[in-house]
Write a protein that binds this ligand. Sequence first.
Ligand code: ZN
Length: 133
Amino acid sequence: MLKIEHIGIAVKNLEEANSKYEKLLGRAPYKTESVESEGVNTSFFQLGESKLELLEASSENSPIQKYLDKRGEGMHHIAFEVEDIHSEIDRLVGEGFELIGTGPKDGADNKLVCFFHPKSTHGLLIELCQEKR
Ligand code: ZN
């Protein structure tokens, strides 16, 4: 694991959240991006070495919509940057962490990503991400 790459925050309305976080952080998001496969619209704020990712559901059956229905807005996941996502998946699965889905897929911000279930991490949804090369 290299560092905390970003913290993901689930929001109901991305536009409103963007303007709120722009005031909070004193800067605009450096990008907004839709990830069709995940059913999310996202925006990213750079903050030193780390980022904040705001996530809004883009469809009814988006995992983010389910999260919002169940838990409301707030911190959704922490993403760790890794050098080699495939070997980290093997390592963590070997340690008993529960991978969600089958393996890495295309995420926002030019990354390969995967998620580990909160029930195997004391309640935290964990994302691994690796820069696409
Ligand atoms: Zn993320």
